[in-house]
Structures are given as C-alpha cells and as structure tokens.
Design a protein around this ligand. Structure first.
Ligand code: SF4
Ligand code: MG
Length: 325
C-alpha cells in the first residue's frame, strides 16, 4: 500500500494532580508516501502531544489509552525501545521550531553532520562531501567553506535550513516539521516553504508539517488535518477544505488567516472564546461555546468524525441532515 503513517483512533491522556488531561481523543488520519500533510490548530490543540506520540518521546505521565500509530505497518506504540531509537533520525526525522534545539553550539556544522553519518562506512572525505552537498541542497552558498563554521555564525534562516539538511541526511521516509518557520520573518518563511517543496520532490519523503497558520499549510500541503482541543475537527484535501470547509472552526481559521503567505500579516488566529479545559471536558461538541451555529443537539451529543466525500471528514452536526430535525 502507499500508506506510510496511519494514526488510528489514538487517545492520549496526561495524568495530572487535577485529574486526567485528555490531550488527544480518537485521532485518525494517515500520511501516504511522498505526501505533504499539514496539521493546523491553535496552541493547546494537541499538536505537540501528537508529534511526541509518533516519536514515542512522551513525558512519563503520558498514558496511551487507545489506538495505534502504524508506520510502514508496525505499531510504533508496541515496538521495543531499541527499534524506536533506530527509527528516530533514520526513517523518521524532525525539524523543530527553534533550530538551536538541533544544533550543538560548540561543534562546527561540519562536525555535527559527520556525527549524523556515524553508521556510514564511507570515508571522512566522502562524508564531508556529502555534508557539503546537503548544505548546497538547502541553499547554503559556498557550502564546503561553511562546514567549519559554528551555529552562531549563521543567521536564523540559515540555521533552520541547516537543521533541515541534517534531518534529511538519513533520507528519511517521513520528515516531521514542527512549526519550522514560525520564528522566521515572512520572506524567510516563504523561502523555507519553497525549499521544502523542492526537497520533498528530490528526496521523495513524506512531510508532516505542523503549523498554526492555515496560509502556510495552503501553500505547502496536499492535505490538512484541522485539530481542535485534542480532536480532529476536519480533514481532507487542502483545495477542498479551503473551497468548502465543513466545520465552523475551520471557517473561522480561514477568516482569520485568509491571505497568501507572502502578503499576510503575521498574526496568530484569534477566535473569541477559550479552548475547553482538557481535564474537565464539557459534554457534546467541544467547540460549542465558541460556535455561532450551535444547536440543541450540539450540547447533547459529541459529533462523530464523519466522511462527507472522498477523504473529506468533519466532526460537526451541521453535516448531518437529521440534525436539523
Ligand atoms: Fe458548532 Fe454544533 Fe457543529 Fe459543534 S457540532 S461545530 S457546536 S454546529
Ligand atoms: Mg506546540
């Protein structure tokens, strides 16, 4: 099959002094080989928990309540830690919002890129050449000479490119990009997005791109998963979701962030009201306190994530004909 990653009915809690915090509820979506999938949502929507669950780098108070995270058919939640370690950084790589999380400040970029190749049997000169080639691929000018420089000698945008180069060195099947452009200005953001598109083609890896900007997702991704308060509100093809959003939350996100990323103001989406307390979830639809189309049924029953057409899913009673009755 061409499915690479399958998140299947994943529910994850954090055990806290205040009770169980329901960080993810019944999350399902998949990423096909070579595809770019965006995950969008406000802070606190579960994006970080989702990433750490996929990589199995969760905090000790995490409880996997239900579901599977299948990668090339294996349930990652069941793999021995040793195999997980082999997967991380080899088959699945990650780029963080802050590239300094990747870079060691006291080692030259070249040394760090040699270290990444520690499993390779190539000579040092070959590994260095490969490092320079990767820097070139992400658009670092004069890469050979810059290998001997240290992270602080590069600009923020360059450091993020280098982090991407490092993440791609192992030729992963899946690159997880966790808000990689959020800390950059709009011009640099566009450059990184365009570069990621090229690299996706060149390396034929799938990308799971996490962002709170729908504009960036629209530019880069094939499909999008809209998350709200730990659950999927809507998912489907980017074109379809922008043209015909089926969840009021998605509509609000689009209204907040309508522009092409080159023109848009760099503001976070602001939607009146607050994300519900995940330790004390209300019954019914979790979006209902912020929804201007809420009906009596929305308070009584949780709307299920339902397929509307090919691959387009939404969790909202407005899409159920019987809801109006
Ligand atoms: Fe709004 Fe009801 Fe749809 Fe929830 S189910 S998003 S409250 S209309
Ligand atoms: Mg986060």
């Amino acid at each position: 099959s061409d499915t690479l990653l399958e998140i299947d009915r994943l529910s994850v809690d954090y055990e806290t002094a205040r009770g169980d915090l329901k960080a993810l509820r019944d999350i399902s979506f998949d990423v096909r080989k070579g595809e770019i999938v965006g995950i969008v949502g406000e802070s606190g929507c579960g994006k970080s928990t989702l990433i750490s669950s996929i990589l199995r780098l969760t905090a000790p108070n995490t409880r996997f309540r239900q579901g599977e995270v299948r990668f090339k058919g294996d349930d990652l939640l069941q793999l021995p830690e040793r195999r997980m370690r082999d997967l991380r950084g080899a088959d699945i790589s990650i780029v963080f919002q802050d590239p300094m999380q990747t870079h060691n400040p006291v080692l030259s970029i070249g040394q760090q890129m040699l270290d990444i190749q520690h499993r390779s049997k190539a000579s040092k000169a070959e590994k260095r050449a490969r490092a320079a080639q990767m820097l070139g691929a992400v658009g670092i000018p004069d890469p050979e000479a810059r290998l001997d420089q240290f992270p602080h000698e590069f600009s923020g945008g360059m450091r993020q490119r280098i982090a991407i180069a490092m993440a791609l060195m192992s030729e992963p099947d899946l690159l997880i990009a966790d808000e990689p452009t959020t800390a950059l200005d709009a011009t640099l953001e566009v450059q990184i997005i365009e570069r990621l598109q090229e690299l996706q083609q060149e390396f034929d890896c799938a990308i799971l791109f996490i962002s709170h900007h729908l504009g960036v997702i629209a530019e880069l991704c094939d499909r999008v998963v809209v998350m709200y308060a730990g659950a999927v509100a809507e998912s489907g093809e980017v074109r379809e979701i922008f043209h015909d959003p089926k969840h009021p939350y998605t509509r609000r996100l689009i209204d907040c962030d309508p522009g092409h990323i080159k023109e848009r103001a760099r503001v976070l989406p602001t939607i009146p009201g607050e994300v519900p307390d995940l330790a004390n979830l209300p019954g019914g639809c979790i979006f209902r306190d912020r929804c201007d189309q809420a009906m009596p049924r929305c308070a009584a029953e949780v709307p299920p994530l339902t397929q509307l057409k090919d691959g387009h899913h939404a969790a909202c009673w407005l899409n159920h004909k019987e809801a109006a009755e």
